[in-house]
Design a protein around this ligand. Structure first.
Ligand SMILES: CC(C)(COP(=O)(O)OP(=O)(O)OC[C@H]1O[C@@H](n2cnc3c(N)ncnc32)[C@H](O)[C@@H]1OP(=O)(O)O)[C@@H](O)C(=O)NCCC(=O)NCCS
Length: 319
């Protein structure tokens, strides 16, 4: 019998995380999310957006955004209770530019569900301000290309980004300018400084636009978060100057980085390169053989050795 859609329930988080890991090698190009994006969406993006920009940064608003993320997701399940597909969002905030984007996580045996999954996304995720939905399609993803065409999506020629990769062989030792040191959240767990460097690195000077304390603590509760994989560079005056989190997928020997950033006042000093080299050395020590970067800052990653291996393009539909 055809798998049926049901609402997402709390316990699905780990089951879907495992599905992403177990089916990763079945797809070339890798069309499903990696563990970093799955962990990050639920444990960081949702709680962060829930209270983003508010002076009070209420925990209740963050919890409401997590609930909204959970409520919007759709799960397809087989008669035997196996997950056959998932449709999810990344930005559960109607004011975010990414609201209206549909993400499909597939099981290789149930690719025929793609059109049903798109239909669900079109019905549930349309941006009320534009009346549109969007989906990112990777070049070479023949089945999704066919499905979006069948459902009347149109390619947005101006919306594309590269997927980059680096094979992990010899990684240079990170070199820091004098007065900086590399630490992790296992060495020094100052959540307030850590959320400040996150906000500053993404060009938000205003504290109300930094992740709330609750959002950062929620990120630290993500199943694949490890404090020793949450790296930062500290200046000798105590300021955190750059940051990077590693998410290690042991099953596939893949090290993901999400996010990477340098405080605007400390850019072009080699700190971004240094923290990425540190992350690459750490992930290689864990067993990683490769690191993908889907939609990062392409010129930066290219400058430090990543190669462009695929292109993602956005498609849209008026619904
Ligand atoms: C991208 C970013 C991390 C770079 O940090 P940084 O500390 O200034 O980088 P570095 O000084 O180590 O630069 C390393 C190399 O990248 C190059 N580079 C850095 N930023 C660049 C840019 N915007 N365009 C082109 N090249 C860039 C540098 O020229 C340098 O190359 P070189 O050694 O050949 O001269 C920083 O600009 C940033 O935090 N941006 C906002 C957040 C972001 O986009 N993060 C990445 C996606 S998750």
């Amino acid at each position: 019998m055809r798998p049926k859609r049901r609402p997402y329930v709390h316990d699905d988080f780990i089951r879907i995380r495992d599905l992403l890991v177990e089916t990763h090698r079945a797809f070339h190009p890798p069309v499903n999310w990696g563990i970093e994006r799955w962990n990050y969406a639920r444990y960081f993006v949702a709680p962060m957006l829930g209270s983003w920009g508010d002076e009070g940064q209420s925990v209740e608003d963050s919890l409401a955004a997590i609930r909204l993320w959970e409520e919007m997701n759709g799960v397809w399940e087989t008669e035997d209770g196996e997950i056959a597909g998932v449709v999810c969002i990344e930005h559960p905030d109607v004011n975010h530019p990414g609201y209206g984007e549909i993400f499909v996580q597939r099981h290789p045996e149930h690719i025929y569900l793609l059109e049903d999954m798109l239909a669900y996304g079109e019905e549930r995720f349309a941006n009320p301000r534009t009346g549109r939905v969007h989906i990112w399609v990777c070049g070479g993803d023949v089945s999704l290309l066919k499905a979006v065409r069948m459902r009347g999506f149109v390619k947005e020629e101006s919306k594309s980004h590269a997927g980059q990769e680096l094979e992990l062989s010899e990684i240079p030792r990170p070199e820091l300018p004098p007065g900086f040191e590399i630490l992790t959240m296992a060495d020094e767990c100052d959540v307030d400084k850590r959320r400040e460097i996150f906000g500053r690195a993404f060009d938000h000077p205003e504290p109300k636009e930094w992740p709330s304390r609750f959002a950062y603590e929620e990120l630290m509760r993500a199943p694949d978060y490890e404090p020793e994989n949450d790296i930062f560079i500290k200046a000798d005056d105590g300021t955190y100057a750059a940051c990077c989190i590693i998410w290690y997928d042991d099953h596939n020997k893949i090290g993901h980085m999400e996010p990477v950033g340098t405080h605007p006042e400390y850019r072009n000093l080699g700190l971004g390169r240094a923290i990425v080299y540190e992350a690459l050395r750490r992930m290689r020590a864990l067993g990683a053989t490769t690191t993908p970067m889907e939609g990062g800052h392409e010129p930066f990653y290219e400058a430090i050795g990543f190669k462009t291996v695929r292109t993602w393009t956005r498609w849209e539909k008026d619904v």
